[in-house]
Structure formats: C-alpha cells, structure tokens
Design a binder for this molecule. Sequence first.
Ligand SMILES: Nc1ncnc2c1ncn2[C@@H]1O[C@H](COP(=O)(O)OP(=O)(O)OP(=O)(O)O)[C@@H](O)[C@H]1O
Ligand SMILES: [Mg+2]
Length: 223
Amino acid sequence: MEDARAYEELRVGFTAAVSHELRTPLARLLALLDSASLPGADRDDLLAQAREQVEEMSELIDDVLFLSELESGREVVALGSTPVLPVLEEVRNRLADSSERADVSIRVEASPDVELPLRRRMLQIVVENLAVNSIRYAGPGAALLLAARPGELEVSDDGRGVAEDELPRLFERFYRSDRARASRGTGLGLAIVKHVVASAGGQVEASGGRGRGLRVVCSFPAP
Ligand SMILES: Nc1ncnc2c1ncn2[C@@H]1O[C@H](COP(=O)(O)OP(=O)(O)OP(=O)(O)O)[C@@H](O)[C@H]1O
Ligand SMILES: [Mg+2]
C-alpha cells in the first residue's frame, strides 16, 4: 500500500515535469509563429528557430518513451555482452565535430578484450549521454576520457564540474545544475544512464567538484 502511494506520487510528479518541459518550447514555438506572420519578418530565420523548438520537443518525447519502456521492462537491457573499445571509438568519431567546436579533446582508453554485460545499443546510449554531457558542460580546453576496464566503464572530464552537494542529484529526472539552464537539454540523460546500468545489475557513481571536473563510473557485477 505504501509502495502504491509512493509510486503514484512519482508518477504524478513525472507527468507534471514532462508537461512543464514541453510547455517552454511550445510557448517559444507559438511566439516564433506569431513573429513570422508579421510584415517584414525574417521568415527563414524564424522558421529555423521554430524547427529547433520542435526538435527539442521530439528529443524530450523520445527520452520519456525510452525511460518508460525501460521501467515497464519492455526494453531488454542486459542480455548479452559487448566489446567496449569499438563502441568508445564509434562515439568518439560521431562526436568529433561537436567536440572540436566545444574545444574538448577526447581520449579513448580500453584494451580490446574488455566486454561489459549490456547490449550494444544500450552501451552506446550510456557512453554517448555521458560524453555529450562533458562536451556540453566541461567548457573549452577540457579533456574527456572514455575508458573501460573489466567490469567498469569510466567517462570523465577535467572541466567545470558541479558542486559536490549536487553530485547525488544529477541522476534525478529533470535535474539540471543552474549553470546548465541556459543550454539545451532536459535533464533526462543521466536518469537514463542510471536506469540502463541498473537494469544490467550495475551501479553508477559520480565524483568531482566545482572546477574539478566530473567523473562518472559505471560498475558491473562479474559475470
Ligand atoms: N560533465 C559534466 N560537467 C558538468 N556538469 C555536468 C556534466 N554532466 C552533467 N552535468 C550536469 O548534470 C545535469 C544533468 O545532466 P543530464 O544529462 O541528466 O541532463 P541534461 O544534459 O541537462 O539534459 P539531457 O541529457 O536530457 O539532454 C546537467 O544539466 C548539468 O548541469
Ligand atoms: Mg545530458
């Protein structure tokens, strides 16, 4: 009974948060469309901005759907084992342009025989979410490390980091550090990472501090 009530509170809170997150881009979209209908408006520019808002909303909806699939157990997360090095390299290549623009260097460190107990797509989701965060938040000149050892995945950077007392909150849905609020994002990335890792029987831990970078380690039980 207690459980049911706690779950209900969580569900209502989640629905409210999703609606809130959708309201902002929707309001912006409406304002952009209003501006576009004014005489002399720079329609191309306004339409490009409107498109961005729509993309932001679809990303949010994809993330929410993915999270709820994880929770209902429909998305099978574990089942299998994936060599990590190729995934780390693939993510590094895919993010090469954006990391260059952000002036964040990426280093990959793993021996070819290390495998982790996740399906390939799930491992990709975890690594990419963590790497994109470093590129977005670490700041120019930072170094990002993607590393794997037996039973462990590490994604760390030496950038801006977050205050130590924020560390435990990072994995909450929709939690974003105040400093991140100006940038695009919904605060679901790390919640998804935690879910995926937990569904494979693993644990996630974040360490670091303001100005001391952020280090995220996912550890998995021995097979
Ligand atoms: N490498 C990092 N350095 C500094 N702060 C970080 C880093 N990674 C995450 N954060 C902080 O943690 C918050 C939560 O991250 P999370 O990935 O869950 O959400 P997001 O990146 O804001 O949005 P989303 O991932 O859903 O697009 C970020 O908003 C940011 O404040
Ligand atoms: Mg993120």
